[in-house]
Ligand binder design. Structure first.
Ligand code: SAM
Length: 326
């Protein structure tokens, strides 16, 4: 039986990660970052391995020529091995952004941004899956991209992921709420971490801070992203459906009114989430600026299902129509 390119790469990542995990006594995800880096550098970088293991790994790496694979095949295979590793220790706020969402965000980015050259930022880049899914859909464009992530293993995976797909991304390993030393982006995409931000002292620097207790980190992420976006720039956020109904929503409403234009809200199908309360939407914002016009009507879509191509075609048709009339 012929195996697909994604399966072939998955097997390579998986088998070599298992070898490294055992030899280095580390987690599967850490081993995955190591094997990805070996593959990218065409060299075995871990000095503590036995001769036999080095030989075995070399043989496995030599069987695969990365240049034969497309960026999307590499991304999908890497996504599958990361998913396997994440099953071992689940942390809800570290979850990778699923393909379906990334593809939709990528489509929206290509519709909204006509420029040939721009700067793209993901301030909660995680494994880089969302960022590279979006990048892979803008193949003809010249994009400078940036990712920020607090978790050391995730940012390592993101870095290896970007290298293997040959995307040059600048990564910042830090708390996104701390000052960010980067020039403003034209476009922001982000699957926001949802919850409370624990550092009240830092949150006090933000207009959106809660009057009492911890501020929602997803609110702070929005403000920090807007701060690092050019006037007229677009922001695409994956947000919880209850974003505008929480006890801190008034602050968010005020903030949005002052700085942003709501271009659209796309509610993802309920079937994608464990329960109704976990449902998410894609919020499309534009930073206010000179000569920036508010659309006649925001793009409002409720997606019933992503698996039916007939339904998706209808929805994409509706989005196209909105673009023509806005
Ligand atoms: N789009 C990512 C992907 O495809 O892998 C997943 C993003 S995940 C939903 C949210 C990410 O935000 C997590 O990786 C988490 O570690 C990160 N995060 C949470 N709080 C943060 C902070 N204060 N600064 C930087 N990153 C943070």
């Amino acid at each position: 039986m012929k195996i697909s390119p994604v399966e072939e790469l998955f097997t390579l990542f998986n088998e070599t990660a298992i070898v490294l995990q055992e030899e280095l006594s580390c987690t599967y995800l850490e081993a995955l970052a190591e094997t990805g880096e070996n593959l990218f550098q065409s060299s075995i970088l871990q000095e503590e391995l036995s001769e036999l293991t080095v030989k075995r790994l070399k043989k496995q790496y030599e069987q695969v020529n990365l240049a034969r694979f497309s960026k999307e095949e590499i991304r999908k295979a890497f996504q599958l091995v990361i998913l396997k590793g994440m099953k071992e220790n689940i942390q809800p706020n570290h979850q990778m952004t699923p393909d379906t969402v990334g593809i939709l965000v990528g489509y929206l980015v290509s519709k909204f941004i006509q420029k040939q050259e721009y700067r793209l930022l993901d301030p909660a880049v995680g494994t880089g899956n969302l960022l590279t899914t979006v990048l892979n859909q803008q193949a003809q464009k010249n994009i400078e991209s940036f990712g920020v992530e607090i978790d050391d293993i995730l940012i390592k995976l993101a870095y290896v992921n970007a290298n293997l797909q040959e995307h040059s991304v600048q990564f910042f390993h830090q708390d996104t709420m701390e000052p960010l030393f980067l020039d403003p982006a034209d476009v922001v995409v982000s699957d926001l971490p949802v919850g409370f931000y624990p550092n009240d002292l830092r949150a006090a620097d933000y207009q959106i801070k809660a009057e009492e207790g911890h501020t929602y980190s997803h609110h702070l992420f929005i403000e920090q992203s807007v701060k690092h976006t050019v006037p007229g720039g677009y922001l695409f956020f994956l947000i919880p459906n209850g974003l505008f109904e929480s006890e801190q929503a008034t602050l968010l409403h005020e903030y949005i009114k002052e700085h942003l234009i709501i271009q659209g809200l796309i509610q993802l199908p309920e079937s994608m989430f464990k329960n109704k309360n976990a449902g998410k939407s894609i919020l499309i914002l534009q930073k206010k600026g000179e000569n920036i016009q508010t659309p006649k009507q925001a793009l409002l879509v409720q997606l019933p299902s992503l698996s039916s191509s007939a339904v998706m075609e209808k929805v994409l048709g509706k989005i196209d129509e909105w673009f023509q009339n806005r």
